[in-house]
Design a protein around this ligand. Structure first.
Ligand SMILES: [Zn+2]
Ligand SMILES: [Zn+2]
Length: 251
């Protein structure tokens, strides 16, 4: 089983990261892909991925921090893309919920990073919140070869165009929340060969661990929930979503 999106360089893990990794391997959640919000975080993620054979990472600038983008930043991203351990550009996209960077800057920086990813044949990990239409407008102009909408919380009708284009969706522990009926409906209607699992840890712990810090080993709970919704066995969900992630990230 693969946790395709965990923020392992977050300070939440600074005291016990090795134990977190150990629990993850014991739960058969390995390899892991570290998600980052900035290139400084990506530097730490690359370092960590060089220390552990079963860890890869992404590099990119989160929409929250889009205002940081400069030409120099762009050069740094291109250098990261050339690194063997960097397997995707992300997380990039639009966040109109928090609006931490002006929306026009978010759109420009998202478009620029999408273009860079496409030029380098890199898969893209997209973060989109309350911005699905603008996200799609930018994606459909560039049409990168491989793209996943991470932490998908959209209703099926609102996200269907991404599936029609051949893209993937990844789901977090949010699908286990009692009030997440709409997200489970999206899981139900999304073909299983387009689904990946992710914790987005340290946030969004599955219902069973609500209130606790999230960690990659809890991916197992997300797989169980997908299995329930799809009426399949957790083993099948593990095998298929693992295959999807191996093929998507080429790990
Ligand atoms: Zn995100
Ligand atoms: Zn994330």
């Amino acid at each position: 089983m693969i946790d395709t999106h965990c923020h392992l360089t977050d300070k939440a893990y600074k005291n016990d990261l090795l134990e977190v990794l150990e629990r993850s391997r014991e739960a058969n959640v390995s390899p892991l892909i570290i998600a980052v919000d900035s290139l400084d975080e990506a530097n730490n993620a690359i370092k960590l991925s060089k220390e552990h054979e079963d860890i890869s990472c992404m590099s990119g600038l989160h929409p929250h921090h889009a205002s940081l983008w400069t030409d120099e930043y762009e050069e740094r991203l291109k250098k990261h893309i050339d690194d063997f351990n960097v397997v995707a550009v992300g997380e990039i996209g639009l966040d109109y919920h928090y609006d931490r960077s002006p929306r026009d800057i978010q759109r420009n920086v998202f478009e620029r990073q999408l273009q860079i990813a496409d030029d380098h044949d890199m898969p893209v990990v997209v973060h989109t919140r309350e911005a699905i239409n603008d996200t799609w407008d930018i994606v459909k102009n560039i049409k990168p070869k491989k793209l996943v909408v991470h932490c998908c919380t959209e209703k099926f009708g609102d996200i269907k165009m991404f599936l029609d284009e051949g893209y993937l969706l990844s789901f977090t522990g949010m699908i286990t929340f009692p009030n997440a009926k709409d997200i489970r409906d999206t899981v139900e209607k999304t073909p299983i060969d387009r689904i990946m699992l992710e914790t987005d840890s340290p946030y969004l712990s599955p219902a069973l661990y609500r209130g606790k810090r999230n960690e990659p080993s809890y991916t197992v709970e997300i797989a169980k929930c997908v299995a329930d919704v799809k009426n399949m066995s957790p083993k099948e969900i593990d095998e298929i979503t693992t295959r999807n992630a191996v093929s998507f990230f080429e790990i």
